[in-house]
Design a protein around this ligand. Sequence first.
Ligand SMILES: *Cc1c(COP(=O)(O)O)cnc(C)c1O
Length: 229
Amino acid sequence: MIRDNLKYVQEQIKIHGAVANRAISDIKLIAVSKTKPLAMLQEAYDAGCRDFGENKVQELVDKMEQMPGDIRWHMIGHLQRNKVKYIVGKVFMIHSVDSLRLAEEINKESAKRECISNILVEINVAGEESKFGTSDLNENLNLLKNIAKLSNINICGLMTIAPFTENAESNRIYFKKLHDFAYNEAAAYLPNEPVLSMGMTGDYGVAIEEGATYIRVGTGIFGEREYTI
Ligand SMILES: *Cc1c(COP(=O)(O)O)cnc(C)c1O
């Protein structure tokens, strides 16, 4: 099942990439494996996945210890400062940096471990109250400017979580907004070809058309999640 799902997602990446005239190699798939058992991650690994996304520190670290060492782990969930020490130097990228205080903590731990941490600044493009980060342009520019001063942090790009919707097209404006912000106002603080982490199972096609370089797909690969409360 996972193998077939991956094949389908890869085909969609090609189709939507072609619509926007983009090189397929510029669009990377992160398999979001939160709540899923190791056996399923292994299945995705065996089918070729090397990028995995998790949203909880403990779960990420547990899985990392038990999975092959060549996986790039992405922390995509809200990160508390007191948990930074468990993942710095271990994860490939932290997608969810939404405050200067969090960035400073990551910087401090990175200096301690003599490493540079790859991060993305999370932008709440739609300004939803339920989400982290802000949609305020000046606030985001200030945040980028201040994080850019931290010597053990490498700002690779931007990340956003678009609103939950049944209609992917309605999120197009938000993806476009993140792309435009990255290439205009924020360009001074980002690499020339910044990472844009945007698009999930319901809307990654549209995100690709608007410039996503990382798409984060969970349900579309592993099936629905069951949460026990
Ligand atoms: C869970 C999650 C995803 C994947 O969501 P799906 O709709 O299952 O593809 C992507 N990004 C973040 C930040 C998530 O928490």
